[in-house]
Write a protein that binds this ligand. Sequence first.
Ligand code: ADP
Ligand code: MG
Length: 692
Amino acid sequence: MRPAIINPLFAESSSLEGVGPALVRQLDRLKIRRVVDLLWHLPVMAIDRVVTDRLDETLVGRPVVCTLTAERVEEGYGKRPLRVMASDRDGTVVELVWFGQTGAWAKRLMPIGEPKIVAGKLDRFGMSLRMSHPDVLMPAQAARLPVREPVYPLTEGLTNRRLGGLATTALKRVPALEEWVEPSVLTKHGWPGWGAAVRDAHSMAGGPETLSGARDRLAYDEILANQLALLLVRRDTRMRKGRALVGDGRLTGMLTARLPFSLTRAQQRVGSEIAGDMAQAAPMLRLLQGDVGSGKTLVALMAMLGAAEAGAQACLLAPTEILARQHAATLARLLEGMPVRLGILTGRDKGRGRKELLAALKTGELDILVGTHAIFQDEVAYHDLGLVVVDEQHRFGVAQRLMLAAKARATPHLLAMTATPIPRTLELTNFGEMDSSRLDELPPGRQPIETRVMGPERFGALVEGLERHVTGGGQAYWVCPMVNETEEGDEAAAEQRAVFLKARLGDLKVGLVHGRMKPAEKDAVMAAFSGGETKVLVATTVIEVGVDVPNATLMVVEAAERFGLAQLHQLRGRVGRGSEKSVCVLLRGAELSETARARLALMRETNDGFRIAEADLKLRGAGEILGTRQSGDAAFRLADPERVARFVAMAHDDARLLLDRDGGLEGPRGAAARVLLYLFEREAGVALLRSG
Ligand code: ADP
Ligand code: MG
């Protein structure tokens, strides 16, 4: 259970004074649902308040405090606000406006002819200076006004003042917590305690060092919580009872003998790393990274056959229906004629076939099961599950892994595969609990993909090129960033593009697939394309992972500058799968920023996924690269990629040290660390402590 001391931080935002349903909705748009979300919603900059007795144009846009004298009051009506015309010392006039107030109210607040201290943001309205909803202050109140006004990320209808006020209220709930950071680390960096750090980060009142100290500290806390949780998961998995699976090479040997090629050195190396892990009783926890086309499927299959040789079952979990079917087809082809039984289970497999499959799984007749998360369902029982392979691991969370583990007699070995090359820093933050293997070599004879960047003026020529390509028997992907045209009407849209290309190439030659289609429809379209019936597949990013049609040697990515680099790299990996030379055309918009230009140039220059991933990490947030990770491993809220890079190794070591000294998190610092885990909602880690 969450420690009571931080419960007030997890109360709904509506529990804060003055927060009604309308405000709750606005806050919700900023993902602020609880008090703690307000604490993590940090200002992006600060503006210094100007204390002056003369207003002028140069102050527009800034918060000011000025002595003003009301001259005239104009009642508001309809949409027109109440206006008070007031002047500064020099007689410069400023309109003070309030919506929903009366003249009588204004005259009480600012009697005509009486100087008053007014504070608010100075704006321009038409020709005149204006302040909307300013505060009229007593001298003592004015003296207490902070000089610096933090500026928060906002949403429509929510003013900075309102949000700042709420943050101040939320800060009052910040409890005094015991320190979880190693004292020597605090001293070394000159960091404040957690409470002071939250306050400093919001007020932005201190100097630049105070502010960066506060921000660093908070980011470090979040990274530390993440590392602790991962280490707890790792320790928990390693301590579970697993089973040593030692194959006799009967099936793997049969497979390699039948392959028309030999395994790459990388495949052999990774294969023996995996076999070595599986031969231990402690469950394997290994992440296999390999660029698109590096041959991960084969490595996974060898591992699964190894499990089968040792008498256990294996399953392969795919993130989507399409990929599950494709994997099943690939494996079936590879295993043809071998004494191995393979089955597929997705949410769409129903009726008799499903019943028979479940029975075969339970009796142990079935050796390998491929499926989507349908294989987590309660009614799915294995005879003896020994190995779980998860494709595109980042889409599965820790919680799901634990669920799957519960399906086996002993904790199964886990092999997670990802085609997204993961920079080292992200490897620690996201997969810190795992060992990692890299397939850093492509099978020989691959033709490098040629990447070209084209401006919109080349569109006509590109479509003609596509027509020639198709007439010559080739197939092509055409990727668009969105499903429907947006209001601006200038968005590339898969649907519109498909209509356009059908008009040019003929209806029957063009297929369309996007994320909003039903799975059955999607499958039919994909099947038509991989069977060669349709020649051009217009698609959104649903084709990103895994789709394998070797005859497709041309890809066009429209509005390429809108995609992340890692994503473009993934997309590009859909071509270059056959012996023919492949081309990827990145069609860009008319106007490009310098960064966008540089990013596209990098894509043209290199095919090296790891290099692209490092560059992408620098340009975009870590969360975007890895997609949305599910429960237990949400992306960071406070720690930006730069801070993650700076602190993750240190946090990793600290977390290790803490667990070495106090494995049950029971000492004073351990107890503080538990609070930390709850504070950053990594409590899945705490749950493991208790069960272990
Ligand atoms: P990944 O899943 O890593 O993107 P795949 O496993 O789909 O890559 O392999 C891509 C293609 O390369 C497949 O057609 C596969 O049969 C082929 N392949 C795999 N290993 C080798 C190898 N050692 N030599 C030649 N081709 C290979
Ligand atoms: Mg693959």
